[in-house]
Design a protein around this ligand. Structure first.
Ligand code: FE2
Length: 617
């Protein structure tokens, strides 16, 4: 009898374990790898015979902003869960802790490493002889570095050895420019990061037509302090001084012309600090008839080329997506990253690393972002969703690190024109329902588009407001964010939005042209004439770990792909648009369709799209 009861008990425990594991799987897709380190548990247990040696001691001697560091280390009591943490600033002692992050039981760290790697990574014999060699990549992010060896795994870290300090030759150098469309069609904005505040130097951009006369435009400077963060970890162990973020407005550009530019700081002693030279092509005039190519994706995240911060292969797609975009950059004119930018989630150092990862793209074409839950959501701060997905950042990092032509960057909705395209970008982390400020913006953005010159009307948002077969949406029975299409579908229909594209769900999906859950067009690849509805796309497979589809087959879902990828729109002229979905693994096209139509097809009345006509003639 006792044996049977024990077996039943054992079975129950097994079921509970399975359930807990499943729960963790379901909720861990967005874990920040650094958050796994129990910073508050660290104890100092320095051992004389243990060491970490880092070389070279000076980085970036030729102006490089990314460098590889070689670590050599030894520990007499090695274990497979020993790890190396990279700290920047190099001094992470408890004496630098601020009251916000009290010392619980000294001695402690009060700041998280900017990255970490296991000591036995690429060193299979470490567990036997305690010796290892590791190559780690570091970027210039305004401070020096130290490398610390810990035993006890991530949950009970014991600090056993620290390297000497290494640093970039000029840690304050201007780095990682990101371009964005300005408020006017002929304006390009350049935003970058440096260690120079307004009391040390004047920031500016030196720019001009390629091979022509170069002039200087001043830049504004923003920064923020720990008190601007809404909670932990952004306000505690994840806090890192953001340095200074500068934005310059390059105006009166000639459409399609190539411009070169350099970031500069004039120190008050008269010396100049320069970045390397970059170039971009100015945007076309709204309505201009020329080939225009747009890349769109959500949820890119960041990944480390040296394999550090790895956690359940959580973001292996990110580097692939970045690589494919860089490879095809000559054929891309503008990029939209529609929310869930780098998943820093309160570990501020990750924003620098993200801007370094996308630098080849963002310094060459406008890199337009939308706000996602991992940038904005925090309880009690006015976000539409009251969860903790931003890790305490509550939108401050996204709003400061990237420029968008919004009236108020704290409300992240805006419109931007690119030749024959009009983009209306919503902010799903703020209320969009009828009667709200955002709803009025969306209606105005759609209604004010002159379709004669800008026939391609695109709606962008982070969360899926239209249609998605993600398992969690299907379980709710809504197949989208609740209150999304109920609120907005009459606007999409009335103003004949061609394509609506979302992130948030980490996969790819395409619907038929649709209105009120009903396909309005039977065609799947060659749309001719009027669409009668809007095609909804999920393009959330930028890089964060993939999301499952429901096994349910709906009538509106045409293509689904459980993989990393991004989409590309090509407007050939006012009558021809090509849509492509490319996988990040090889950059090849795995789904596509065309829209061919004339202006009269846009004007044509469909269900709920025209007011009734007068009988007078
Ligand atoms: Fe999201």
């Amino acid at each position: 009898m006792l044996l049977i009861e024990m077996r039943i008990l054992g079975f129950i425990i097994l079921v509970i374990c399975w359930a807990l594991l499943g729960l963790e799987r379901a909720t861990s897709h967005a874990d920040q790898p650094i958050s796994r380190i129990a910073i508050e548990m660290v104890v100092v247990a320095l051992e004389d015979s243990a060491y970490v040696k880092a070389s070279p001691s000076v980085l970036g001697l030729n102006g490089e902003t990314t460098e590889w560091v070689t670590l050599e280390y030894s520990f007499p009591n090695p274990s497979t869960d020993d790890w190396i943490g990279v700290f920047s600033p190099a001094n992470f002692s408890a004496s630098t802790c601020l009251p916000e992050n009290p010392i619980v039981a000294p001695p402690l760290l009060c700041t998280a490493p900017i990255k970490y790697q296991y000591a036995n990574y690429t060193n299979p014999t470490y567990k036997d002889n305690g010796k290892g060699l590791l190559k780690l990549q570091v970027i210039n992010q305004r401070s020096d570095f130290s490398f610390a060896l810990f035993s006890g795994g991530l949950s009970n870290p014991k600090l056993v050895a620290i390297s000497s300090t290494i640093a970039f030759a000029n840690p304050n150098a201007p780095v990682y420019p990101r371009l964005a469309q300005g408020k006017m069609w002929n304006e390009m904005t350049v935003t970058w990061t440096s260690g120079y505040g307004i009391n040390e130097a004047e920031p500016f951009v030196e720019w001009g037509p390629q091979g022509g006369e170069q002039k200087r435009s001043p830049a504004g400077t923003l920064t923020f302090d720990r008190k601007s963060m809404c909670g932990a970890p952004a306000r505690t162990v994840g806090w890192r001084d953001p340095g200074f973020v500068h934005t310059s407005f390059l105006t009166e550009l000639w459409p399609n012309s190539i411009y070169t530019y350099k970031l500069g700081h004039r120190l008050f002693n008269g010396t100049y600090i320069w970045s390397q030279a970059y170039q971009f092509r100015a945007s076309p005039y709204p309505g201009q008839n020329s080939i225009q190519r747009v890349a769109i994706f959500g949820d890119l995240g960041k990944d480390e080329a040296d394999g550090s911060n790895e956690y359940r292969n959580s973001q292996r797609g990110s580097l692939n997506t970045t690589k494919q975009l860089i490879k095809d950059l000559k054929n891309i004119d503008i990029v939209f990253h529609i929310g869930d930018i780098c998943y820093a989630m309160g570990y501020l150092s990750q924003w620098d690393q993200f801007t370094a990862q996308i630098e080849p793209i963002a310094s060459t074409v406008p890199y337009m972002i939308a706000s996602g839950n991992h940038e904005r959501d925090w309880p009690g701060t006015g976000s539409f969703y009251g969860n903790t997905d931003s890790g305490g950042e509550c939108g401050v990092l996204a709003e400061t690190m990237f420029y968008v032509p919004a009236e108020n960057r704290a409300k992240f909705w805006y419109s931007t024109d690119y030749g024959m395209f009009r983009f209306c970008i919503a902010d799903t982390e703020h209320d969009w329902r009828e009667g709200t400020e955002q709803y009025n913006f969306i209606e105005h953005c759609l209604a004010s588009t002159d379709r004669k010159t800008q026939p391609w009307l695109i709606f962008l948002a982070h969360r899926v407001l239209g249609y998605s077969s993600a398992s969690w949406y299907a379980e709710q029975g809504s197949f989208a964010e609740p209150m999304g299409r109920e609120s907005l579908q009459k606007l999409w229909q009335k103003y004949k939005v061609d394509i609506a594209i979302y992130g948030h769900v980490h996969n790819y999906e395409r619907t038929c042209p649709i209105y009120e859950n009903t396909c309005t067009n039977k065609e799947k690849h060659n749309y001719k004439g009027t669409l009668n509805g809007t095609i909804h796309i999920v393009a959330g497979g930028g890089g964060a770990s993939l999301a499952e589809f429901t096994p349910l087959q709906t009538s509106w879902s045409i293509v689904k792909d459980y993989d990393y990828g991004f989409v590309k729109l090509t407007a050939f002229d006012h009558s021809n648009l090509l849509f492509q979905y490319k996988k990040s693994r090889d950059g090849k096209v795995y789904d596509s369709f065309r829209i061919s139509r004339d202006y009269r097809d846009i004007l044509a009345c469909t269900v709920d799209s025209c007011p009734s006509m007068t009988m007078a003639s």
